[in-house]
Ligand binder design. Structure first.
Ligand code: GDD
Ligand code: MG
Length: 364
């Protein structure tokens, strides 16, 4: 990793924290999407630690959904060694509108990130590319197998963006390089974004800049990248981190068989735990329980006698009866699973006993 070189002005970041994370519902009914736990820490903490690692210490959170949850948790950012500023929207302003709402804090080149992506992109290298191209906007590009859920970005041989197609139908897919939701922007482009109006980068500002002939570039990168905004992807992110396929600056890497317990965890001697697993504080694991990682168990969970867990993420306060079998699952906060139940490829929450399906089984 390169640090952002000096003596240039320190790079500020804007993180877009809006929307309700509809595709993660009902898990995110009370929790803004970036606060969902990843290895038992709010997702946003991982993003902040990643930025801080690049000496991006001045971070503006552009918030529209349940801002108080985030503000109460992070405060001024001092405990995380960063300076946090909040730009709160009265109504959702869209991706570009949210950044416009933070314009007063932006006086130099800055990075903007979608609040639901986990990445190991080298921002310093991207910044060098941006400066080298004298770009007004540089969009990080990542290669995905199926681009239909994203925005595709066509570039010429110099990396100059030619066209965007947001959420293309299969017949409109012309490239597998997609907008990774990480941008370097010059503040002057915000003059094209209307004030206090819902306006998107993807369908508004970027196509407009192309029409105006402004230099907009794509920066392809090959490091880890994932949008955790669906149950499958969220489960995959937790598993990838447990298996060290992805690395978070916030947590030490686990090796394959590690079982990492927080304080006051009680495990019956006849229970068997095969790593990698992270177990939150005050959990109780009863006799003959069988846990096979990758598994994350949130704080205050209870795993009943002879229950088996495999590839699962349990949030806080989950109570699982005896003889239950869970595989490829996400279990929301304070959910109770009755004895002898079986949940495979599903999402369960207390308010929604109906189980949402996880479509792609995690394999490694
Ligand atoms: N503050 C604020 N206000 N943030 C918003 C708003 C808003 O009104 N609307 C969306 N956001 C935030 C979301 O919270 C998320 O962090 C980010 O903007 C992107 O929104 P998503 O709803 O997750 O969009 P997407 O995943 O379907 O598509 C976007 O990301 C893809 C990469 O993951 C697009 O940018 C695609 O082009 C891109 O490929
Ligand atoms: Mg997303």
């Amino acid at each position: 990793m390169n640090w952002i070189e000096r003596p240039s002005a320190p790079l500020k970041a804007v993180i877009l924290v809006g929307g309700e994370g509809t595709r993660l519902r009902p898990l995110t009914y009370w929790t803004p999407k970036p606060m969902v736990p990843v290895l038992n820490r709010p997702f946003l903490e991982h993003t902040i630690a990643y930025l801080k690692n690049y000496r991006v210490n001045n971070i503006i959170l552009a918030l529209s959904y349940r801002p108080e949850v985030i503000q109460n948790y992070f405060g001024d950012g001092n405990n995380w060694g960063v300076q946090l500023t909040y730009a709160v929207e009265d109504n959702p302003l869209g991706t570009a509108g949210a950044v416009k709402n933070a314009e007063r804090y932006l006086d130099n080149t800055f990075v903007a990130l979608n609040g639901d992506i986990f990445t190991e992109i080298d921002i310093a290298d991207m910044l060098a590319f941006h400066r080298g191209k004298k770009a007004k906007v540089t969009i990080a590009l990542t290669w995905v197998d199926n681009p239909c859920a994203f925005g595709i970005v066509e570039t010429d041989s110099e990396g100059k963006v030619k066209r965007f197609v947001e959420k293309p139908s299969p017949s409109r897919v012309t490239t597998n390089w997609i907008n990774a939701g990480i941008y370097l922007l010059e503040p002057e482009v915000l003059k094209y974004v209307p004030t206090n109006t819902h306006y998107m980068f993807e369908k508004g500002l970027f196509p407009l800049l192309l029409e105006l002939g402004e230099p907009v570039y794509g920066y392809p990168f090959s490091g880890y990248w994932l949008d955790m905004g669906t149950p499958e992807q969220y489960l995959h992110l937790n598993c990838d981190l447990l298996l060290s396929k992805a690395k978070s600056t916030l947590v030490n890497s686990l090796s394959k068989d590690d079982v990492c317990c927080d304080k006051d965890v009680i495990i019956h001697p006849s229970a068997e735990i095969v790593g990698p697993a992270v177990i939150g504080s005050k959990c109780r694991i009863e006799q003959k329980a069988y846990i096979k990682g990758p598994v994350v168990i949130g704080p205050d969970c209870h795993i009943g006698d002879s229950t088996s867990l495999e590839v699962a993420v349990l949030w806080e306060g989950v109570k699982i009866g005896a003889g239950v079998s869970l595989k490829q699952c996400i279990i929301g906060t304070n959910t109770k699973i009755e004895a002898s139940d079986q949940v495979i490829n599903g999402v369960v929450t207390p308010a929604h006993t109906k189980v949402a399906q996880i479509k792609n089984t995690y394999s490694w």
